[in-house]
Design a protein around this ligand. Structure first.
Ligand SMILES: Cc1cc2nc3c(=O)[nH]c(=O)nc-3n(C[C@H](O)[C@H](O)[C@H](O)COP(=O)(O)OP(=O)(O)OC[C@H]3O[C@@H](n4cnc5c(N)ncnc54)[C@H](O)[C@@H]3O)c2cc1C
Length: 332
C-alpha cells in the first residue's frame, strides 16, 4: 500500500475572534500546491482558547481545523506559539507549511523551519510543478521576473507575498471538522505588556472620491507639489502614496496605501511614479478608474490601469495642469 502523502498544513491567525485575512491567502497558496501535489490540506489555529475561531474557520473554508492551545496569558507571544505548534508538528510532519507574511507569521516561520530542518521560502508569488518537484516563485529583478526555487528538504515552510494570493473564500459545501490539541506550558521568553491605540488615521484617504498617489518615481521631495496640485483639481480628493515615500518621511504614515497602510476604493485613482508592487496593489484594487503615470510601460501598475500614460510625471503633470487651467480661463 502507498503511504499517505504528508499533509499540507496552514498556520492561521486570529485576533479577537476574527480570522486574519493573510490566513486565507496562505490557504489559497496551500490549495494551489495541492492541485500540483495531491495531499490533504489542514489548518492549525494556535491561541489561548481558539476553539470558537477554529469553528468559524472550518465553516468559512470547509477544511479540517486543529485548534492548538497556546498555554499562558492572552495575547500569546510568538515564542510560546512556536512551542505549541512544534508539539503538534513533531508528530505530524507536513510536506508544506504555509503561513501568512504577517508579523506573527514571519516570527514563527524561521524557528519552525529550523526545528523541522525544513527549507524556508518567503515572498512566494506562485508555485509550479516541474519534473516531479514543486518550484516556488518569488519576484526578482525589480518585480519584472519570477525566480523559481526548488527545496531539497522533505518539508518546506512558505510565506506567501502579501497580496499575491486571493484572500476571498469560496463558499464550501459543508464545514470542516474541528479538533483540539493541547500540551504543557513551556518557558516563556517574552511577555505582552498591553496595547496603545495607533496614531494613524486613514479616515481622509478612505473617504476620498479621488486619490492621487505618489511613488518613488517623484524623484525629489519638491516634486510632491505637482501631486498636491493635481489632487487640488477635484473637491473630494486626497493625496496618498507608496510605502517608500512614507518610510522616507516625505508623506505621513496615514497616507500610506497598501497592505500595511490604508485600503482605498475611490472612483478615480491616479498612480504617479508607482511601480505596482503586490503590497501596494492590495490597498487600491477596489478603485474605479485607475490612471497610471509611469516612464516604464512594463511596470506592474500598467496592468492594473485603465489609462496608461508613459511619460515622466514631472513633464506630464505640469503640462496637464496648464491645459486644465487654460481650459478653465476659456470657460469663464
Ligand atoms: C511586508 C511588506 C509590506 C508592504 N506594505 C506596503 C504598503 O502597504 N504599501 C506600499 O506601497 N508598499 C508596501 N511595501 C513595499 C513594496 O513592496 C514596494 O517596495 C513599494 O510599494 C514600492 O514603492 P514605489 O512603487 O513607490 O517605488 P518603486 O518600486 O521604486 O517604483 C517607482 C516607479 O516609478 C517609475 N518612475 C521613475 N521615475 C519616474 C518619473 N520621472 N515619472 C514617472 N514614473 C517614474 C518607475 O518606472 C517605477 O515603476 C511592503 C513591503 C513588504 C515586504
Amino acid at each position: 500500500m502507498t503511504p499517505a502523502a504528508a499533509p499540507i498544513l496552514v498556520v492561521a491567525e486570529h485576533a479577537q475572534g476574527r480570522i486574519q485575512p493573510g490566513s486565507y491567502a496562505a490557504i489559497h497558496l496551500a490549495w494551489k500546491i495541492q492541485r500540483l501535489h495531491p495531499a490533504p490540506v489542514q489548518v492549525l489555529l494556535p491561541g489561548n482558547d481558539p476553539r470558537a475561531a477554529a469553528a468559524e474557520l472550518a465553516r468559512r473554508t470547509g477544511l479540517a481545523v486543529m485548534a492548538i492551545q497556546v498555554p499562558g496569558p492572552e495575547p500569546s507571544t510568538s515564542d510560546v506559539a512556536v512551542d505549541a505548534l512544534w508539539r503538534y508538528l513533531v508528530d505530524h510532519r507536513p510536506s508544506f507549511l504555509c503561513m501568512a507574511s504577517s508579523t506573527r507569521g514571519l516570527e514563527c516561520a524561521p524557528p519552525l523551519a529550523t526545528r523541522l530542518e525544513a527549507a524556508h521560502v518567503t515572498g512566494v508569488v506562485d508555485v509550479l510543478a516541474e519534473g516531479g518537484a514543486i518550484l516556488m516563485g518569488r519576484l526578482g529583478c525589480a518585480n519584472q521576473e519570477i525566480h523559481f526555487l526548488e527545496a531539497l528538504t522533505p518539508t518546506v515552510v512558505l510565506n506567501p507575498l502579501p497580496g499575491a494570493f486571493d484572500a476571498d473564500m469560496p463558499t464550501p459545501s459543508a464545514p470542516g471538522p474541528v479538533a483540539w490539541h493541547h500540551g504543557p506550558r513551556e518557558r516563556q521568553r517574552i511577555v505582552s505588556r498591553g496595547f496603545l491605540p495607533a496614531a494613524t488615521d486613514f479616515g481622509a484617504l478612505a473617504a476620498a472620491k479621488v486619490v492621487v498617489a505618489a511613488g518613488n518615481g517623484v524623484g525629489e521631495r519638491d516634486n510632491l507639489t505637482w501631486i498636491q496640485r493635481l489632487a487640488a483639481l477635484w473637491p473630494q480628493a486626497a493625496v496618498g502614496g507608496s510605502r517608500t515615500l512614507c518610510d522616507r518621511g516625505w508623506l505621513s504614515h496615514d497616507q500610506q496605501i497598501g497592505l500595511s497602510g490604508a485600503t482605498v476604493a475611490p472612483a478615480l485613482y491616479v498612480a504617479c511614479g508607482i511601480s505596482g508592487a503586490p503590497q501596494h496593489l492590495a490597498g487600491m484594487r477596489g478603485s474605479g478608474l485607475v490612471v497610471a503615470i509611469n516612464t516604464d510601460p512594463r511596470a506592474a501598475i500598467m496592468r492594473e490601469a485603465d489609462v496608461c500614460i508613459v511619460e515622466d510625471l514631472t513633464r506630464f503633470i505640469p503640462v496637464f495642469l496648464s491645459l486644465v487651467e487654460a481650459d478653465k480661463l476659456e470657460g469663464q
